[in-house]
Design a protein around this ligand. Structure first.
Ligand SMILES: Cc1ncc(COP(=O)(O)O)c(C=O)c1O
Length: 445
């Protein structure tokens, strides 16, 4: 009898995320990673074109991150963070505050991107309660938003097939236009518009007035909702409106943080500082789950009181896990020492040069590039911009075609994107774009 493979064993006992277990193709048995590549049990080499769900930045199995992890494991693997502290948590907070947009002074740790957002929503709600304005309990978020899979993060996310089964659990979040220029909600053209779409956010803030606690956005790049790249003027406008209406601006930089958009943080594109910022994914270089929610001193101070009910009663067993913090510190060091931002800017140039010509293909509606992310929005009709949705088979079909060629991509329906670790080379990028072009021209889309 032959021994069952890893995939056989997986199929017998594991349930995968975002996967229809009845019909999905077998999972890829990945046994090793090195640099921008993943290796399968049966010896295939795959270029990681999605940075392993947008988390990896320095490449897989990085020697310095490995060493930091091993060294920390030998010292202290974990300790409760209520009532205790430890060097990696403090070092990391100091280093984060040194690179975050100005005005952010406190770091609250959690486990992942969704909890970083959940913490932000809870902090904002209690901030207003503690300040004697408990009516400010609602949020404004944008169309096409994705903020995670916990209940608060789902509530803030766009109503979609991701959230619909859970709608009875979700709370109401007011929604305003996103600056999706290719499909402008107002039918305008970016070349001639004045970011009129911001008006919708202002209307929401006017309409709901003192009921609003904060505005939650994914600055510059809305990810899972369609890889939508913003004009920086919209981001500047969000800050302006939050100031004008006296509400908190919450930046979900879970995807965009740590260089992904070509700046350390996407808020820098418009030189704005949010009142609260959410971080995860590349925070640990993509090694370990860790979330961080950083706030301004004003937010922090609203929780300081002799009245203990004003305490922020929130925490997770693995808050500020020392292993994750130690790797995050090493990741920031590697980021600095290897000139990661320069690499992302180079990558941006290669992506523009290689992907822009694809815009003329009949199946391509728009090519968008920001930092280390290249996006190709596919359409079934260029004139009407009609497109297949997330559930259409185009995504899985494309994924399978790229896999055959040794490229791991995971299109969001008709939104094809390439988001590799920053260590990807110019020739690897050119190769990946060649695969994209070949598949798009040969796929009969
Ligand atoms: C902008 C944004 N926020 C939050 C999340 C949720 O992060 P996690 O998957 O770590 O819970 C994601 C995940 O893709 C994201 O892109």
């Amino acid at each position: 009898m032959t021994r069952p493979t890893l995939v056989d064993r997986d199929r017998a006992c594991v349930w995968h995320p975002y996967t229809q277990m009845l019909t999905a193709p077998p999972p890829l048995p990945i046994v090793r990673g090195e640099g921008a590549y993943l290796y399968t049990e049966d010896g295939r080499r795959l270029l990681d074109g999605i940075s392993s769900w947008w988390v990896n930045i320095h490449g897989h199995s990085h020697p310095r991150l490995n060493a930091a992890l091993a060294a920390q494991a030998a010292e202290l693997e974990h300790v409760v963070f209520a009532g205790c502290t430890h060097p990696p948590a403090v070092d990391l907070a100091e280093r984060l505050l040194a690179v975050l947009p100005p005005g952010l002074t406190r770091v609250f740790y959690s486990d992942n991107g969704s909890t970083a957002v959940e913490v932000a929503l809870k902090l904002a709600t209690q901030y207003w309660g503690n300040r004697g304005e408990p009516s400010r309990q609602s949020f404004v978020a944008l169309h096409h938003a994705y903020h995670g899979d916990t209940v608060g993060a789902m509530s803030a996310s766009e109503d979609s097939i991701f959230t619909r089964p859970f709608s009875p659990m979700l709370f109401t979040v007011h929604r305003a236009h996103a600056p999706y220029c290719y499909r402008c909600p107002l039918g305008l053209e970016r070349a001639t518009c004045s970011i009129e779409c911001l008006g919708d956010l202002e209307q929401q803030l006017t309409k709901h007035g003192n009921a609003i606690a904060g505005v939650l956005v994914e600055p510059m790049l809305q990810g899972a909702g369609g890889m939508i790249v913003w004009p920086a003027e919209f981001l500047a406008g969000v800050r302006r409106l939050c100031d004008r209406y006296g509400v908190l601006m919450i930046a979900d930089e879970v995807l965009t943080g740590f260089g992904r958009t070509g700046r350390m943080f996407a808020c820098e594109h418009a030189a704005v500082s949010p009142d609260i910022i959410c971080l995860s994914k590349a925070l640990t270089g993509g090694y370990l789950p860790l979330g961080a929610t950083a706030t301004s001193e004003a937010v922090y101070e609203a929780f300081l009181s002799d009245d203990r009910t004003k305490t922020f009663f929130h925490g997770h067993s693995f808050t500020a896990n020392p292993l994750a913090c130690a790797v995050a510190i090493a990741s920031l060091e590697v980021f600095h020492d290897t000139g990661a931002l320069d690499r992302v800017r180079d990558l941006e140039g290669w992506l523009r040069e290689g992907l822009d010509p694809l815009a003329s293909l009949p199946s391509v509606g728009e090519v968008r590039v920001i930092g280390g992310v290249g996006i190709v929005e596919l359409v079934t009709d260029k004139t009407s911009k009609a497109a297949a949705g997330y559930l259409d088979n185009v995504g899985p079909r494309l994924s399978a075609a790229f896999l055959d060629r040794g490229l791991l991509l995971r299109p969001l329906g008709n939104i094809l994107y390439f988001m590799p670790p920053y260590v990807v080379t110019e020739s690897e990028t050119a190769w990946a774009i060649e695969q994209i072009q070949d598949v798009l021209t040969g796929s009969g889309l």
